[in-house]
Ligand binder design. Structure first.
Ligand SMILES: Cc1cc2nc3c(=O)[nH]c(=O)nc-3n(C[C@H](O)[C@H](O)[C@H](O)COP(=O)(O)OP(=O)(O)OC[C@H]3O[C@@H](n4cnc5c(N)ncnc54)[C@H](O)[C@@H]3O)c2cc1C
Length: 354
């Protein structure tokens, strides 16, 4: 084993949360190690790739390298009802390039990015990581867990992963251009929904459902895809386009000793819509600033403040959504399916009623 790696801040995971955190902290002059277990940041893509407009505050995504097309609205489809259209502007992005650009900006700001480095163990000597057969000991002063839905850092804090939606997706050619995203609810897509998100001349077509029903995922995606083919919206053949876990439990406990969490590791993904890129950036940037302040001031107070600040910023909307999700799951197989979705899906006015 080589000499331990010493750094002020270890950021675990170079997704949007981790890279935003590393960028923010490095800009304040602290030494940052950004550890990513994948060999290439952003790959494979596990995302439907819609990013809402405010994400542009964190990264210039307007160029064609990242943005494939803009989107104006979202259409919601319920069985036997006319679709509802809401303004919901944003962009369909190349998520791999989006993540890579954020990581590049973190490095430009001074962070050291190590890909292929998996963090796995915490002992009194430090944090242990491996890169193939190479064992690495890291001695950071502060650690940000931005390691996604099954966060190792959250486990060190005594937290269990989940609850989750499980999602799968394919890419299909569109029959014609689409300027909106489409979301479909059906009793079979248990606790979740199907989507068609346009990406130029193709679309990401997927379903997400309660993780407990993962055995049905393949068949439900197949059925959903067949319906979209039959209605002439898309054309075969399909290409696989990734899938994964979406944490839908709401905010976790964000701080313990010298550890803080950001992004999916912190439960910032919206429990109803499953959208997580925006909140990953918000929490990542705040976490990076807090970690840098903790290092510079030599106290843990900024980490505690981060917990309080993010809690008041995102806590109310995420806990409302988590409560809505519990209500939705309880009544999913009830008589009034469309009424249930109207009360519990963000596109309907009923969602916002007290
Ligand atoms: C199928 C699917 C579709 C989605 N579609 C959308 C969408 O259209 N719009 C949207 O806003 N959100 C979407 N989401 C949610 C969104 O992708 C996440 O909320 C977002 O990626 C969270 O960013 P993050 O940085 O917190 O975590 P991640 O993007 O998961 O990044 C975590 C990183 O940590 C790394 N890592 C994990 N463990 C370790 C370790 N031990 N050591 C080192 N590195 C580690 C991982 O390799 C990964 O790169 C979707 C999710 C899924 C699964």
């Amino acid at each position: 084993m080589n000499a331990p790696l010493i750094c002020d801040l270890l950021v675990v995971g170079a997704g949007p949360a981790g890279s935003a955190a590393a960028r923010a902290a490095a800009r304040q002059g602290v030494s940052v190690l950004l550890a990513e277990r994948r060999r290439r940041v952003g790959l494979p893509v596990r995302c439907a790739e819609f990013a809402p407009l405010p994400v542009g505050k964190y990264i210039d995504w307007s160029g064609p390298e990242i943005t494939v097309q803009t989107v104006k609205a979202m259409r919601t489809f319920l069985p036997g009802a006319d679709p509802l259209e809401n303004l919901f502007p944003g962009a369909m992005i190349r998520r791999d390039r989006f993540d890579q650009e954020l990581a590049r900006q973190a490095v430009t700001a001074g962070a050291r990015l190590e890909t292929g480095l998996q963090i796995y163990w915490r002992t009194p000597e430090g944090i242990w990581a491996r890169d193939g057969n190479r064992e690495v000991l890291i001695r950071p002063r502060v650690i940000i867990g931005a390691d996604g839905p099954c966060s190792q850092v959250a486990r060190w804090m005594g937290q269990k992963p989940g609850p989750f939606l499980i999602a799968a997706q394919v890419s299909l050619k569109l029959a014609g251009p689409l300027d909106h995203t489409r979301v479909y609810f059906h009793p079979e897509i248990s606790g979740g929904y199907g989507w068609v998100f346009p990406k130029g001349d193709r679309a990401n077509v997927g379903v997400g459902l309660e993780a407990g029903r993962s055995g049905a995922l393949k068949a439900i995606l197949e059925g959903f895809k067949r319906q979209r083919l039959e209605e002439g919206l898309v054309q075969a053949p399909a290409r696989p386009a990734g899938g994964g876990l979406v944490p839908v439990g709401g905010l976790k406990d964000l701080w313990q000793e010298n550890l803080i969490l950001a992004g999916d590791a912190a439960g910032t993904c919206h429990p109803i819509s499953g959208a997580g890129v925006g909140n990953a950036l918000i929490s990542g940037e705040l976490a990076g600033d807090a970690a840098a302040a903790a290092v510079i001031q030599g106290t843990r107070e900024p980490l505690k403040n981060y917990r309080d600040e993010l809690g008041s910023l995102l806590g109310p909307s995420l806990s409302r959504a988590a409560a809505k999700r519990r209500e939705m799951i309880r009544a999913w197989n009830g008589a009034d399916f469309n009424g249930l979705i109207r009360k519990n899906w963000i596109a309907f006015r009923e969602y916002y009623r007290r």
